[in-house]
Design a protein around this ligand. Structure first.
Ligand SMILES: [Fe+2]
Length: 360
């Protein structure tokens, strides 16, 4: 008996190693041999399930993993089973299992990540955000809310946002159309009816300012004298209120040539204005599909990861490439004396890299 256990342990160690080295067929063979001797071995069933899953045999993996899950309440097995169920097209079963697992094991990160990823894939990213504790006071959508600025795209966006019980504030980007955005969000009273889409909203002790950095028929950023004057007046009227500025284009280079080449007209005047208003605690931006943070004019300025494909940080390359990988967002919190920011991802495993070229 002792010899058998030692053999099993050693075999399963080899099988794990094979799996980790992407030799799924070897792992399958070894785990299957163990199961021939010990048909109810939980760990062997789990490894065989993982090996089958790695080879795209999700339905076979489900059978093995359900056996393993019956033999032991283990969050790791439950999470692998949920992944297999999802790949086998049984998303509702996967969701139920993950909800049960995360309830029992609220700190088990792989299950939480898989749940976030699944909710996102099921168009339930709002649920993933609303599940945050503490619950955010508002969601800032920092521009490029659509791809081509068409009314039907905004209708689809409104449908997606309709599930959110957290108020959403929108900023315009170079892929938006001011008129179509304004019409689609006509019930958002903070949006002005004419001119640039700039606004302020006070949330507790914090002032949030949305800026319109769109440059006509150009992917780059711009703040002309009219928009800067508006910002100066808003900053002057509440100099003691900690202020967060949300804008689409980052006012700094990120080190990726084709993106930086778009430029930002008026950025020096913006920097001078921010430098003379120390209440500006943070500038948050979108546009570049990647989290980058810099010191800017006496404050911190950052971009956020995208809820869509992410920018490939290929600083040596001449192409602006996007890749399907973890969707994410930035979470900002006013502590009473400063803003702390963290970057959250809904799928830390990353989706299969499907690189796609993006015209610079
Ligand atoms: Fe953009």
């Amino acid at each position: 008996m002792a010899i058998g256990t030692a053999f099993t342990d050693e075999a399963l160690e080899r099988a794990s190693l094979a799996l980790n080295n992407h030799r799924a067929k070897d792992a399958e063979r070894i785990a299957a041999e163990v199961l021939q001797v010990e048909p109810r071995h939980v760990h062997a069933s789990h490894i065989l399930g993982r090996a089958l899953l790695a080879q795209g045999r999700a339905e076979d993996a489900v059978v093995l993993l359900e056996n393993a899950a019956r033999g032991k309440h283990d969050p790791e097995i439950d999470t692998t089973l949920a992944m297999a169920l999802r790949q086998a097209g049984r998303s509702a079963d996967a969701l139920n299992r993950l909800r049960r697992t995360t309830k029992r094991h609220p700190r088990f990160a792989p299950a939480l990540r898989e749940l976030g990823s699944l909710l996102f894939a099921l168009d339930q990213s709002e649920e993933a955000i609303e599940a945050l504790e503490p619950r955010p006071d508002l969601i800032l959508a920092t521009g490029d809310l659509t791809d081509r600025g068409k009314p039907k795209e905004y209708r689809r966006l409104r449908k997606l946002l309709a599930h959110s019980s957290i108020p959403v504030f929108v900023v315009t980007g170079n892929h938006d159309d001011r008129g179509a955005l304004r019409a689609a969000f006509a019930d958002h009273p903070y949006l002005p009816q004419h001119g640039p889409l700039q606004w302020t909203v006070d949330v507790g002790p914090l002032r949030v300012i949305g800026l319109d950095t769109v440059r006509k028929r150009h992917p780059g950023g711009e703040l002309d004298p009219e928009r800067l004057l508006w910002l100066a007046e808003r900053l002057e009227e509440a100099p003691a209120r900690p202020t967060l500025i949300a804008m689409h284009h980052p006012p700094f280079a990120i080190g990726v040539g084709p993106v930086d080449a778009h430029g930002f007209r008026g950025v020096d005047a913006l920097a001078a204005l921010i430098a003379s208003h120390p209440q500006v605690a943070r500038i948050v931006c979108g546009h570049v599909h990647r989290a980058v943070t810099v010191a800017f004019a006496g404050t911190a300025a950052s971009t956020a990861p995208s809820t869509a494909p992410q920018l490939v940080l290929d600083r040596a390359g001449a192409l602006y490439r996007l890749r399907l990988e973890a969707a994410g967002f930035a979470l900002h919190r006013w502590t009473g004396s400063r803003i702390t920011s963290e970057v959250c991802y809904l799928d830390a495993r990353g989706a299969p890299a499907r690189a796609q070229l993006w015209g610079a």
